[in-house]
Each structure stands twice: as C-alpha cells, then as structure tokens.
Design a protein around this ligand. Structure first.
Ligand code: 5AD
Ligand code: SF4
Length: 467
C-alpha cells in the first residue's frame, strides 16, 4: 500500500486542508508514512504570506532531489497558496516536482496522486509531468464554491492531531484587500458556507467525540449567509453550534476590526460554550500606516473596540497581529504602534516584519524602504513590550483556579521526578491561556480544574485538582 507524508506550514486553513487531504488519500487506500523519507508520496502544503515561508519550501524541495532519484516511483507535490500563486515557477525552480495544486482544487488531489503512482509504477517516467491546470479563482467563482462543497465535509477523525479538537471552515477567501496581503489574490473572494452544512459537519464531529470546535476563516466576523428573508451571521452560528450536544467549547478566528458588532460580543459573553477570547489583528497603531495598509479603521476606532470588548465580556482576552517596518514607517509611527500595544493589554501579539509580496498593492505603490536591521529592532522592541504585558496579565491568575481542556504532553513532556506516570501536560483556559501542570495521560482530552501557582509570559503553571 503506498504511503504519504504531508508537511504543513502556515495558517489554520492549511492545517485543516492537510487533514482533508489526508482523509482523501486514506479513502483511496494510501496510508500515513512513519516519516517523510519513508513515504511514497510527499506533499508540501505551503504558505505565501511572507517570503521567508516560500524560501523554506524551495530549500526543502531542493533537499528532496536525492529522495526523488532513490525513489523513482515517488510522487512529490506542492499544494496551498504557493501552488496557487506560482505554479509555473515551482516547476521551473524544482523540476523534480510532479504535482502543483492550488487550494481551490483539492478535491482533484486523490485522483491526481493515483494517476501519478500508476504511471510511475508502469515505468512511464518519460511521460510529461502531470500538470493539473488551475482554474483562476476569480473567474470561476461558482466552480470554486462547488469544489469546496465537495471537499469540506469529508472528515476522518484519525487525520486530526487531536480527536477532541476540530477546525471547521465557515468561509473562504477575503475581500478586504489590505495593501500588503497576498491572501485575497490566492484564496479568492469571500464566500460564506451555508449554516446547514456547517451544522451537519459540527454534528458529525461531535459524533466522532469532538469537544472543541474552532470556526475558521480570514475574517469570520464578516460571515453572512442569506436564505430568503433570513440572514445568518456569526453570532447566530455561535448560538446554533452551542446547541449541539457533545460540543463543550467553541472558538473562532480571525476577526477584522471593522464589523465587530455588539451582538457578536454579547453572544461571546452570553454563550457559556464560547471561549472568552477575541483575536482581532490591529496591524499598526498609526493612522498614516493604517491608511497605506488600506485597513479600513483608525487607531482610535481600534481603541474603542478594545474598550467595548473588555467592557462587554468580563475576563476576556484579546490577541492581535502587528506588522513592523511597513513601507515608509517612521520612528514616530512605530511608536504609535507601541502605544497601541500598551493600550490594548493583549494576552499576546503575533509580530511580523513586513515582507513585500509581488502582486500586492503595497508592492506596486510603495518602496520596501525600512532597512532589515530596523525591522528587526522594532520587532524586538514591540515583543519586549508585549511580553511584559503578557507576564503582568498572567500574574493576575496566581492563586486562581481555572478550567482547561487538557490537550496533551507539553513541549517538555518528560515524566516528573519520582512518579513515572506523571507527565507535564498542557491545556487551555476559555480565554486561550496555555496552562502546564503535572498529570497522567488519562487526563488528555478531558476538562480539568487547575490551581495556578506560578506564571511565565506565555504560560500559567499549576496543580490539577483531584476529580
Ligand atoms: N508581511 C508581513 N506580515 C504579513 N501578514 C500578512 N501579510 C504580510 C506581509 N506581507 C501578517 C498580518 C496578518 C498575519 C496573518 O500575517 O499581520 O494578520
Ligand atoms: Fe489579508 Fe487583510 Fe484579508 Fe487579513 S483581512 S487576509 S490581512 S487582506
């Protein structure tokens, strides 16, 4: 039986796509390989959001030239955003690649892999590379919807990293066209899935033992599905999913600062199963930079949103994304971002150095003129400010008891001294804080009460309460 290995980088969309790809391949009889080099089929699910992510894929593909020579029947494929954006370039730079397939065409993957394996086992290696042509997302809007519809509901529980947690896509694509971002041009226009489909999928996942659902999309708070007179929005979805038996926790990412309406915040507050955590990227604290980024809000509006979230949802946490060193960013503009991070009191922030992407508005309009050394220094400075805030917020948990869903062994999951059955385990609070504690494997996939005794910027440390 041929085996496969999938390397996944990038966002949760890719994590979910990889699970669906694994499901598709297992359904046609392939098995997961022990490791990458033991596999007959190696697939890279790629990300284009920053240049660095792309460079790493090209290096990894280069390293697989020898594997390809040693494994003549082997299939090497590139999927995801890079595949959508640079199909011809990938074949040119890495001619040993057999297959390049964008995120809108994943339902074609099992068939394409099967064909390639068959041709190669018949030693028809001189055949021209199988090139599955990509329909342009923009021009084939309807096809893309159908393609996703075919693809999304196929879920095999064993393809998930943890059976008790699952991602559910509620929308595809993005219409915001922030000037730096490649996503809208590779993932296509914004489309919301029907609530019936989403609910069917959630019920199926609940039957498979899923406790925690994370709803994903590029801008989930823009979710809107119109049927006759009725429009379903994210707040409605959260309520509908709350009613599904077996589901104990619901999360949703990512939000866009505009359109974070009160009904959504109230739903998060009032629905006990919904995690009290909002990820809402600000990107910058400077109005001038936000304007160049084509974000459709001001720093003052973002601050007002922060106030509204903390004011509406007690004990909530907010997380954000920031880009430093965007085109033309001055010291004064950067300092406005530092001020916003201080104001926002984020649980944590994901901070990125601007990376120019060919085909975006900012690449076309503005020079990438902030030197790398300055980007790095701003990155470090903002991180230091954020870390101090994260630690300070975590200190407030000292002496408190929190409920977590236990996810598994922590990175340092060694047995603790004196008790071989006890490991360091990790889980998350409803406000998305990571908790580590000593416990045994039987707790994994269950809820536990933890007394917090120590803190670090990214973790709470504590003891489990006996049942
Ligand atoms: N350069 C750096 N960071 C980027 N992001 C998106 N595009 C770029 C880019 N060109 C960041 C944004 C976004 C996160 C997922 O990635 O902060 O919220
Ligand atoms: Fe990119 Fe902006 Fe859409 Fe997010 S909202 S995916 S940053 S274009």
């Amino acid at each position: 039986m041929p085996s496969f290995h999938i390397e996944t980088v990038g966002c949760q969309m890719n994590v979910l796509d990889s699970e669906l790809i694994a499901s598709g391949l297992m359904r046609i009889g392939l098995t997961p390989a022990e490791g990458m080099r033991d596999a007959d089929v190696i697939l890279f699910n790629t990300c284009s959001i920053r240049q660095h992510a792309e460079d790493k894929i090209y290096s990894a593909l280069g390293r697989l030239k020898h594997w390809k020579e040693r494994t003549p029947h082997g299939v090497l494929g590139v999927l995801g955003c890079m595949a959508q954006k640079d199909q011809t370039l990938i074949f040119r730079r890495a001619p040993h690649v057999d297959l390049v397939l964008g995120p809108g065409q994943l339902e074609q993957l099992p068939g394409a892999v099967q064909t390639l394996l068959e041709r190669k086992s018949e030693r028809r290696e001189t055949e021209p590379t199988l090139l599955v042509s990509l329909a342009r997302l923009q021009q084939k809007h309807a096809d893309v919807v159908d393609s996703f519809r075919l693809y999304d509901p196929i879920r095999l529980a064993e393809t998930r990293q943890r059976r008790f947690q699952a991602l559910v896509r509620i929308m595809f694509g993005c219409d915001k066209f922030c000037s730096y971002c490649i996503v809208p041009s590779v993932r296509g226009p914004e489309q919301s899935r029907s609530p019936h489909e989403i609910l069917d999928e959630v019920r199926m996942l609940a039957d498979q033992g899923t406790l925690e659902i994370t709803l994903i999309g590029q801008t989930v708070n823009s979710y809107r599905f119109k049927e006759g007179e009725r429009t379903t929005r994210l707040a409605d979805l959260l309520a509908m999913i709350s009613d599904v038996d077996g589901i104990r926790r619901i999360r949703f990412v990512t939000n866009y600062p505009r359109g974070m309406d009160d009904d959504l915040l109230q739903a998060v507050r009032d629905l006990p199963k919904v995690g009290k955590h909002i990820h809402v990227p600000a990107q910058s604290g400077s109005d001038a930079v936000l304007k160049r980024m084509k974000r459709q809000y001001t720093a003052a509006e973002y601050r007002e949103l922060v106030d509204r979230i903390y004011g509406t949802i007690p004990d909530s946490s907010i997380t954000s994304d920031f880009i430093v060193g965007f085109c033309g960013e001055t010291d004064a503009e950067f300092n406005e971002t530092v001020d916003l991070v201080r104001y926002g009191r984020f649980k944590n922030s994901f901070i990125f150095k601007y990376s120019e992407r060919r085909g975006t508005k900012s690449a076309e309009l503005y020079p990438d003129d902030v030197p790398e050394s300055v980007k790095k220094q701003r990155n470090n400075e903002l991180l230091a400010v954020q870390d101090a805030i994260s630690l300070d917020l975590n200190r407030r948990f000292l002496g408190r008891r929190v409920e977590i869903l236990v996810e598994g062994p922590s990175g340092m999951g060694t047995p603790s001294e004196g008790n071989e059955n006890q490991k360091q385990l990790t889980g998350r609070t409803p406000c998305d804080r990571v908790v580590v504690f000593d416990g045994d494997d039987s707790l994994i996939g269950r809820f536990a009460e933890i007394d917090i005794t120590d803190v670090a910027p990214f973790t709470l440390i504590g003891h489990a309460q006996p049942d």
